[in-house]
Write a protein that binds this ligand. Structure first.
Ligand SMILES: [Zn+2]
Ligand SMILES: [Zn+2]
Length: 417
């Protein structure tokens, strides 16, 4: 009903069944439609003939009956997640620019918690976005007549998912999970355990931000613009890059001596080099290209000098400000809303505003790091997002440094991912 109503031009008057009263009231209020409600076809007929006084759908009258439906169940606050300062910062930058992110870390380090926290880091939904989301959920039959979704969705894809469940389809051409995550967050936990073809087929919708379903029954397009978060263990044993004190058992991610007893630390990972490589190779190549940020995450970085002790609402405000900067930058562009929407170098050049010295620096460091032209373009974009997050007009050399770190370009392990 939501979808049908919101596609009606505002000069029309619609008559809806009594039970669709609430959705009709919302659409009528937002779109300036006139909507009447009717109990049966006889009443519809009498309204048309002018034999009865039509009962107008009234937003204020139904306001109290609206049930807000949450798609994300429990969303922890950033401050409730221990340590993981680097990953929290990376997640903030990812959300600020709409970039996809891969979190690599041992099990039980808060990867899933941090992913669900991302839904509340995104700015509040605009009324247009509320419409888009409710149209999709209504088409899927997931909304009761009095339910409205007013917060960003969080969808965790299960390893048992099928092509139809993920991308949409079936006899009724229903939207899939990638569309149910529209304007929200889509999580692939342990991404290297998904079937390869499923992950590879993500490439087109990730790029086009829509899912096209073509069957004998017809053809339908659903939007699917979301922040994709993927997680994986760094290796089979899970402890790659972690070091432990043999005496007091403390686990850290730096190779230095134990801070308590000064003993030499030993690498906690027990995987062989070959096992490590075959584990990483499970991640499919086409997808690696689509994930901009790759971060090694650990709750054991809490003792490090880096702190990121902000609440979700503080970060949400900074992200909203960064998104506003981007909206202004791309206001004349078609289908570009955030930095991650830039597809290629040609498009990037139209908005490039780097100072000459930063450009020279970027060229030098790109040669030094031996990165591909595509990686260089993404490096420029992420540097831009880092600056936007800090509300800085100019991209500085330290923003480029931060972007190199977030993309894992200075880390041998992440570069192979
Ligand atoms: Zn020790
Ligand atoms: Zn290992």
């Amino acid at each position: 009903m939501f979808g049908m109503l919101s596609s009606i031009s505002k000069d029309f008057t619609v008559i809806v069944p009594d039970q669709s009263n609430i959705h009709a009231a919302l659409v009528a209020k937002a779109r300036g439609l006139t909507a009447y409600k009717a109990n049966n076809l006889d009443e519809v007929w009498k309204i048309i003939l002018g034999e009865v006084q039509p009962r107008t759908v009234n937003y204020n009258a139904v306001k109290s009956q609206i049930k807000r439906k949450e798609v994300a169940s429990y969303v922890p606050d950033l401050q409730a997640i221990n340590g993981a300062a680097r990953a929290k910062e990376a997640m903030s930058i990812a959300v600020a620019g709409g970039h996809n992110i891969l979190l690599v870390g041992p099990p039980g380090q808060g990867k899933s918690m941090l992913s669900s926290a991302a839904t509340k880091m995104l700015p509040d939904l605009t009324s247009g976005e509320v419409f888009e989301i409710n149209k999709i959920y209504s088409a899927k039959g997931l909304l009761q007549e009095n339910e409205v979704i007013t917060s960003r969705p969080y969808i965790e894809v299960s390893h048992a998912t099928t092509e139809a469940a993920l991308f949409g389809g079936g006899a009724h051409l229903l939207p899939g999970e990638i569309s149910l995550a529209h304007r929200g967050v889509l999580l692939f936990d342990e991404i290297n355990l998904f079937k390869k073809d499923i992950i590879e087929n993500l490439r087109t919708p990730l790029e086009q931000r829509k899912s096209i379903i073509q069957r004998v029954a017809g053809r339908v397009e659903y939007p699917c613009s979301f922040v994709m978060i993927a997680t994986m263990n760094p290796c089979k044993c899970g402890w790659f890059n972690h070091f432990q004190c043999p005496k007091c058992g403390i686990i850290v991610i730096s190779k230095n001596q134990c801070e308590k007893c000064w003993s030499e630390l030993v690498h906690k990972c027990t995987c062989s080099k070959t096992a490590l490589k075959s584990y990483k190779d499970k991640l499919s190549n086409p997808l690696k290209d689509r994930i901009d940020l790759k971060v090694l995450l650990s709750s054991h970085d809490s003792g490090s000098r880096q702190k990121f002790d902000f609440s979700t609402s503080t970060i949400q405000k900074r992200i909203a400000a960064a998104r506003e900067i981007q909206a202004e930058r791309y206001k004349n562009a078609n289908n570009i809303y955030c930095n991650a929407d830039i597809k290629d170098d040609h498009q990037y050049q139209q908005y490039d505003s780097l100072d000459t010295d930063v450009k020279v620096y970027l060229n030098t460091i790109s040669r030094k790091l031996d990165i591909t032209p595509r990686q260089k373009m993404r490096l420029q974009l992420i540097s831009r997002t880092v600056a936007d997050f800090l509300q800085s007009k100019k991209v500085r050399k330290e923003d480029v440094h931060k972007a190199i770190f977030l993309m894992g370009l200075d880390n041998e392990y992440c570069r192979q991912l």
